[in-house]
Design a protein around this ligand. Structure first.
Ligand SMILES: NC(=O)c1ccc[n+]([C@@H]2O[C@H](COP(=O)([O-])OP(=O)(O)OC[C@H]3O[C@@H](n4cnc5c(N)ncnc54)[C@H](OP(=O)(O)O)[C@@H]3O)[C@@H](O)[C@H]2O)c1
Length: 310
């Protein structure tokens, strides 16, 4: 049995789908009944609980051999939750703990990065066989601004369009996670994960978007406060605390100054047994899904919502 936390999110659902297709028994740790339904519809068991509840974590880990821990997006309790999951895994005697971390977890100025570094320390000291996945920015994050890109030919984000970051296709990442959970010999590995030729500026990606869409797309920098206001109006972010949303400002401030010069596609390609997808390949798929009318609900896209500064 494999337990996945934050199972109903965009990462968890993709991993569950692949594991179930391989015949693995999967249990999804979720909070709400709606999420439990989502997980059951994928062919997994659902366990409802709060990641801060030690008793619930212990109950969810009964009969479990392997675990994939994903922290909820931007939670300020991320380290507390992660430490609780590690402690429960030790008590339950799990054979393999896989942590969904983040590229450059050592960025102390961004809480959701450094919380993952702290959980890595907890795992290191736990005595558990572990693997750490360090994915860079999901290519699928472009969904946040996709309608403005398609309709206005503008990619609006609050950081310098010339700064380069690395990117990963979430579908590749899910496949690599499923491999790590079902293959032997991944214990004590820490894997930085990014796509092929993916160290790109938004100016370079906008050129790829122009090719994929057959219309000119320009990458523009918008004021960070206006961007945050737009986020606050979206259902996904509106329930977050001020400190949680502040992480978005910290993240874009860091990108604006340094980009994200971290990650190399060799690791993900090794885990997949084929070259990791490039941003150009992802965009071709996305543009095709959009043309077929899949729109914002399409499976190539994320579910966060669609902030627009209009
Ligand atoms: N986006 C990126 O580019 C990127 C890149 C690298 C790493 N990451 C990391 O990936 C993780 C997010 O993955 P995701 O986007 O797949 O997640 P997500 O879609 O935001 O899913 C979050 C899930 O967490 C559950 N949840 C929230 N609070 C909970 C609690 N107290 N107890 C139990 N469950 C709770 C929610 O369940 P309910 O619906 O039942 O409430 C929700 O389904 C984050 O740690 C992020 O830092 C993201």
């Amino acid at each position: 049995m494999i337990l996945i936390t934050s199972a109903a999110g965009q990462t968890g659902t993709r991993i569950i789908r692949l594991l179930v297709a391989r015949g693995a028994a999967v249990r999804g740790f979720v909070q709400s009944e709606a999420s439990a339904d989502k997980v059951r519809a994928l062919g997994a068991q659902a366990f409802r609980g709060d990641l801060r509840d030690a008793q619930a974590l212990g109950d969810a880990m009964r009969g479990v051999e392997r675990l994939y821990h994903i922290a909820p997006t931007l939670s300020f309790r991320e380290h507390e939750m992660g430490r609780g999951v590690v402690d429960a895994a030790v008590r339950a005697g799990l054979r393999h703990f896989v942590l969904h971390g983040v590229m450059a977890p050592y960025l102390q100025n961004i809480n959701y990065h450094f919380a993952k570094e702290l959980i890595q320390w907890d795992l290191y000291r736990s005595g558990l066989p572990y693997t750490v996945m360090l994915p860079t920015n999901y290519m699928q994050n472009v969904n946040w601004t996709w309608p403005t890109i398609v309709e206005r030919g503008e990619w609006q984000l609050p950081y310098d369009p010339e700064r380069r970051l690395t990117w990963v296709d979430l579908d590749d990442l899910a496949e690599a996670a499923a491999n790590v959970l079902t293959e032997p010999d991944h214990a004590y590995g820490t894997y930085e994960l990014c796509g092929s030729n993916s160290f790109l500026s938004r100016v370079e990606i906008a050129r790829l978007m122009s090719n994929a869409l057959g219309r000119e797309v320009r990458a523009v920098k918008v004021p960070v406060e206006a961007y945050l206001d737009a986020c606050r109006r979206m259902p996904f972010f509106s329930r977050m605390r001020t400190e949680e949303l502040d992480q978005i400002r910290a993240m874009f401030t860091d990108y604006d100054e340094y980009g994200m010069p971290a990650g190399n596609a060799k690791v993900l390609s090794m885990l997949l047994g084929r070259p990791a997808s490039s941003y150009a390949q992802f965009l071709q798929r996305l543009a095709e899904a959009w043309r077929k009318g899949a729109g914002a609900g399409g499976s190539a896209l994320t579910h966060y919502g669609l902030p627009s500064l209009d």
